[in-house]
Design a protein around this ligand. Structure first.
Ligand code: T4K
Length: 374
């Protein structure tokens, strides 16, 4: 085991503590701690502007936002989704008593493969829940065409896609709704947090009621079976502070991404995953695939990196379909998901975060290159 400082797959970007004190002072002065207070309102406005979206509703985490988006869209029956994601994607369906139907992924983008969606549609299909995996946009036009043809709703799990843009603007504008995560491990974080982006004011009002127990604006009538999905003032304040440093964070992520790509290009058996639909990327993750021509297996490389104090993650292994609550579904059969099954056995996400310095990137690359030469 290395005696040098450990390197993790990600680290939150934290400005000096003193910079948070004025925000805390404002909260202390106002004595409003939650329930849509001033910080919450400021963060909603700031994020609409920053992301270029019309409506946003903040949540206490991305999972609760996914659950609420499905509820707000009034979806019942089956939902087509990807097995290659964090388990929260499918769990949000079960929380709404919806039946997940898993469809394989595209071998390049690692997102839901539109060419396979129509075969999975039945009379019970109500919606599609694609994931912009690693922040790489899905084939949104193909998904829109299928959804329109079959009268399906589309809820994007955009947990990784903060700030990502395609040639028409924010990728979050696609579908009926998009859901973000602001977890500590994300590009933009509020410690825990999340958000729903929607298209119109009426939907936002419904979402805002659903995240506040179903209360009407009058504060006493309960008209919906809602939950407590509210983001506190302290979390919202942290988000406002983080937003100030977001461009610098992204610039550093981009530099790390570029160096990995340049130096790994010549390493046989290692391929870097690339998005193909983004104009502006967010460099949220750096997934590589460890193929059969690399001397070590994926798991052996994962362990080798660990021995050098480098703690990567195998996002997304195991597939969601391998977990006990999903594995008996017919669509969870590995034979139905050959691409996802292969990718899950080869993927490693390398460390990428703003404070990762050049020496640390060099250490990571050395382990991969030296193992390749062994
Ligand atoms: N949909 C998708 C596609 C998602 O990826 C996620 C979440 C969701 C929905 C649900 O959103 P949330 O409800 O979480 O808002 C992490 C996160 O817990 C999870 O948010 C995330 N996806 C998933 C991809 O990754 P773990 O189990 O890998 O996290 P953990 O605690 O092992 O952290 C990874 C590394 O990050 C650690 O080795 C060290 C570092 N770290 C972590 C934390 C929490 C820090 O340096 N500081 C920290 O505070 O799941």
């Amino acid at each position: 085991m290395s005696d040098r400082e450990p390197i993790y797959v990600t680290r939150p970007a934290l400005p000096p503590l003193e910079e948070f004190v004025p925000y805390l002072q404002e909260i202390w002065d106002a004595r409003i701690l939650t329930n849509g207070g001033p910080m919450h309102q400021r963060l909603e406005a700031a994020l609409c502007k920053h992301l270029g979206v019309p409506h946003i509703s903040l949540f206490n985490n991305g999972t609760q936002a996914l659950v609420t988006a499905l509820q707000a869209a009034d979806i019942h029956g089956e939902v087509i989704t990807t097995p290659y994601s964090f388990v929260a994607t499918a769990h949000s369906l079960l929380w709404n008593s919806l039946r997940p139907v898993f469809v394989d992924i595209d071998p390049v983008t690692l997102n839901l493969d539109p060419a396979r969606i129509e075969d999975a549609i039945t009379p019970d299909t109500a919606a599609i829940m694609p994931v912009h995996c690693y922040g790489h946009p899905c084939d949104v036009e193909a998904i829109r065409a299928i959804a329109d043809k079959h009268g399906l709703k589309v809820i994007y799990d955009a947990a990784h896609a903060f700030g990502v843009r395609d040639d028409g603007g924010s990728v979050l504008r696609h579908g009926d709704m998009s859901v973000l995560s602001f977890h500590a491990t994300k590009v933009f974080s509020t410690f825990e947090g999340g958000a729903i982006i929607c298209r119109d004011k009426e939907t936002k009002q419904k979402i805002d009621r659903l995240k506040n127990f179903g209360f009407e604006a009058d504060g006493s009538t309960v008209s919906l079976h809602g939950t407590n999905g509210k983001l506190s003032e302290i979390h919202a304040a942290f988000g406002l502070m983080q937003l100030e440093g977001i461009e610098a964070s992204l610039a550093r992520r981009q530099a790390v991404d570029l160096r990995y790509r340049q130096e790994l290009a010549a390493v046989q058996g290692i391929s870097c995953v690339e998005g193909k639909n983004e104009l502006v990327a967010n460099y949220a993750y750096f997934p590589i695939l460890v193929g059969p021509t690399y001397p070590l297996s994926r798991d052996a490389l994962f362990r080798r990196l660990q021995e050098h104090g480098i703690f990567t993650r195998r996002y997304f292994h195991p597939l969601i379909t391998e977990f006990p609550m999903y594995r008996a579904l017919p669509s969870a059969e590995p034979a139905n998901l050959p691409v996802a099954t292969k990718v899950a056995s080869e993927v490693i996400c390398l460390p990428i975060y703003p404070e990762l310095d050049d020496e640390q990137v060099g250490r990571i690359l050395s382990v991969i290159k030296e193992s390749a030469a062994a």
